[in-house]
Write a protein of this length. Structure first.
Length: 203
């Protein structure tokens, strides 16, 4: 099934509108269009990033109103502190070792205004159709694999999420495991909605 059957953010639209405050939101790992076109259809301006130029070109066709930025999530985000009220990161934060994953989340937090919202999905350790528990384990829940975009994939359990999104830095609005049918086989992922805690000066 295509992205039109995977409107996971729809129920959060009022929160997204309120948190964005009329300013652009940041979408990480936009892929070929994914959620970008839908966000634009809701009247929300989008800065869409991806590492792959091919994906950005396809996204530009499907969602021509978005600002396209090529970016590797292993590097610092090219945006100012507290620039965004909303960041979307759907199925793009689970390709890295733990240190890199933590650094990427730190960069997301840096670019969010205090009280800003992160809407995020990551692989679950129950996502067996898409590689959970398979391949050579490099770190706990992190495997060498033949993933579409990378040679490694990470899968998260509840303890991993507690460690990654600590209460001192993030206030949890929602966290649940969901099953989607955007691919040929069902995919199990964690869906998270979090608010950035702390002040502008808090790392």
């Amino acid at each position: 099934m295509g992205p039109e059957h995977d409107r996971w953010m729809e129920r959060w639209l009022p929160l997204i509108r309120e948190s964005a405050g009329g300013r652009p939101l940041l979408e990480l790992g936009c892929d070929t269009d994914g959620d970008t076109a839908w966000l634009l259809q809701q009247g929300l301006p989008v800065v869409a990033t991806d590492i792959a130029l091919e994906a950005l070109k396809a996204c530009a066709v499907a969602a021509p109103g978005a600002l396209q930025v090529q970016h590797d999530l292993r590097q610092p985000l090219p945006f100012a502190d507290a620039q965004f009220g909303v960041v979307v990161a759907s199925l793009c934060l689970h390709y890295f070792d733990w240190a890199t994953t933590g650094a990427a989340v730190g960069e997301i937090r840096r670019c969010l205004r205090p009280g800003g919202v992160l809407l995020c999905r990551v692989n679950s350790t129950r996502d067996t159709h898409h590689g959970a528990g398979g391949g050579e384990e490099i770190e706990p829940h992190y495997y060498r694999t033949d993933a579409r975009y990378a040679g490694y994939k990470r899968f998260f359990d509840a303890a991993d999420l507690d460690r990654l999104f600590q209460p001192a830095h993030w206030a949890q609005v929602q966290r649940q495991e969901t099953e989607s049918h955007r691919y040929a086989l069902p995919k199990v992922a964690w869906e998270l909605v979090l608010r950035r805690s702390g002040s502008h000066g808090t790392p």
